[in-house]
Design a protein around this ligand. Structure first.
Ligand code: ADP
Ligand code: NI
Length: 217
């Protein structure tokens, strides 16, 4: 199968699967990650087919919505890629990226073993921070019935994927447990630059949130 066909069939499949998703992992998240990843890929001279397919498939079945099952994403992607006749090399590269890409807790390193993976991880993380990141965090929190904030529950720096996955803390905690840590974990120069701006915006947002919480007029 031609490269363009692999991409267009995968786009249709992902779009249909994630169309009405209500926790910030919907088709438009994938669309933004794909565009950002392709932009960074151009700057970094990476393999754009791998970047694009991995960006499209990275959230096709997430552990967060499948009882913490860590294999479901790679397995779902593998089955799809086999079905459309992708080569073994493409399948291995994409499933490796999906396996490595996710944040797994403040104290857990998540190194990417390929340039293409580094790019997809940066693009995914850029969509987790800034104005859109804030919106997605609260959408996710609502979806999971989480409180916005509870000053009596302090953030936790999780040192294993398991404890991170089991957390049910309020959404504001997620800023300290993940979102504010991302700028120092970006892989590419482009990613670092964009993350810095989005990070500053989140700090300003949190400042204002706490001010309003404290009843300041
Ligand atoms: P990752 O694979 O790194 O988790 P995703 O693209 O699957 O990245 O999406 C992560 C996004 O899901 C977060 O940036 C956030 O918006 C939301 N999310 C995940 N866990 C939480 C949480 N505990 N509280 C609030 N939002 C969360
Ligand atoms: Ni994602």
């Amino acid at each position: 199968m031609k490269e363009e066909e692999l991409v267009s069939l995968t786009e249709q499949y992902v779009r249909q699967t994630l169309e009405g998703e209500g926790s910030g992992h919907d088709w438009w998240h994938i669309h933004r990650v794909r565009n950002m990843a392709l932009h960074i890929s151009g700057v970094e001279h990476a393999d754009s087919l791998i970047v694009e397919l991995a960006a499209l498939l990275h959230d096709i079945a997430d552990h967060k919505f499948h009882d913490g099952d860590e294999e479901i994403g790679t397995e779902t992607a593998r089955k799809w890629l086999v079905k459309i006749g992708a080569s073994d090399s493409i399948i291995t590269q994409i499933t490796t990226i999906i396996k490595e890409v996710s944040f797994k807790g403040a104290g857990v390193a998540t190194p990417m073993s390929s340039l293409e993976g580094k790019i997809v991880q940066d693009a995914d993380r850029l969509d987790a921070i800034g104005a859109i990141g804030i919106a997605r965090a609260f959408a996710y929190g609502g979806h999971k019935n989480r409180l916005l904030y509870d000053p009596s529950i302090p953030p936790e720096m999780h040192d294993s994927f398991d404890t991170y996955k089991k957390s049910t803390a309020p959404t504001i905690n997620h800023f300290y447990e993940k979102l504010l840590l991302l700028k120092d974990r970006m892989n590419t120069k482009t990613g670092k630059k964009l993350a810095e701006e989005r990070h500053q915006f989140m700090l300003a947002y949190l400042d204002r949130f706490m001010n309003e919480w404290d009843g300041n007029k």
